[in-house]
Design a protein around this ligand. Structure first.
Ligand code: IPE
Ligand code: IPE
Ligand code: MG
Length: 261
């Protein structure tokens, strides 16, 4: 959606010396921006705090990222909040995260209403505690009519499990005679992923300097531009977001072709 230029200018006032709104082309904002929100634990440990404090601080960064995405006119924002592998963490940390997801969503719902952001979840929500599932459902119901931006939060998400699930859904349809093996193509798989109907990410941002995907959107990131910052997630802000967009706009996307052919 077209950004509101007045709100955009106000949001990016007081720029630091190395980056400002003028450094990016507002007509070429990535349509879908995705985040691997990493480094909450290390942020807290560096301050002598419990890891949980890092997760709590990370909520502020996510709120800023949602608002920043709306101001820039991004169509789809997605963020990795909890992976299928994160269940391996100490029970206490898992419980805290599940509770934090629920309480944060309740607290932040007014922001989604105010900005007309539609909520969506990527992942298997069945395995989540009832409290979290109920709040998520409320968020989905209350924001279903909004179209300024889609915010897709990946919770209990794992890309391999997602692709295996798509294969299983297709196999069931073939076995039931509703689909022929020769109809199984890239679109058929895409339509059975949690991201069905969303455009693939144009830009992936990972914080905390890690150079890996950690089982995130393996299929959807095929031609996504990547930006890794050393900042821990609780330190991520609108200025680092602009730096990521500036880097994105400096890239030449070829999708396997050649330039000026
Ligand atoms: C990311 O921060 C948040 C989640 C995975 C839930 P981490 O908790 O992974 O923080 P680090 O990587 O241990 O610093
Ligand atoms: C990826 O971060 C998952 C999320 C950000 C939710 P991790 O911290 O779990 O990834 P690894 O273990 O460093 O690969
Ligand atoms: Mg991590």
């Amino acid at each position: 959606m077209q950004p509101n230029m007045e709100k955009l200018g106000a949001y990016f006032a007081d720029a630091p010396s190395d980056i400002s709104l003028q450094d990016i082309d507002i007509a070429r904002i990535p349509r879908h921006v995705s985040f691997i929100m990493d480094g909450n634990g290390r942020w807290a440990q560096a301050r002598g705090l419990d890891r949980s404090k890092g997760h709590v601080a990370g909520v502020d960064s996510l709120r800023e990222t949602v608002t920043c995405s709306v101001r820039l006119g991004v169509d789809v924002l997605s963020a990795y909040a909890f992976s299928t592998e994160n269940w391996k963490r100490p029970q206490r940390e898992v419980n805290l995260l599940m509770h934090l997801f629920a309480t944060t969503l309740v607290k932040e719902l007014p922001l989604f209403h105010q900005e007309h952001v539609r909520l969506r979840f990527l992942g298997d929500l069945e395995a989540l505690p009832a409290e979290t599932r109920e709040v998520f459902q409320r968020g989905l119901d209350e924001t279903a009519g909004y179209d300024v931006m889609t915010f897709a939060l990946a919770v209990n998400y794992g890309s391999r499990a997602e692709i295996a699930r798509a294969a299983r859904l297709i196999a069931e349809e073939v076995a039931a005679g509703r689909m022929r093996p020769e109809d199984v193509d890239v679109d058929a798989v895409s339509q059975r992923l949690y991201t069905a109907g969303l455009p693939d990410p144009d830009l992936l941002v990972r914080t905390s300097g890690e150079l890996r995907l950690s089982n995130y959107l393996l299929w959807q990131l095929a031609y996504t531009e990547m930006y890794v910052t050393d900042l821990f997630w609780p330190d991520f802000d609108r200025w680092e977001y602009l730096r990521a967009v500036r880097a994105f706009q400096g890239r030449g996307r070829r999708y396997g072709g050649v330039v000026n052919s």
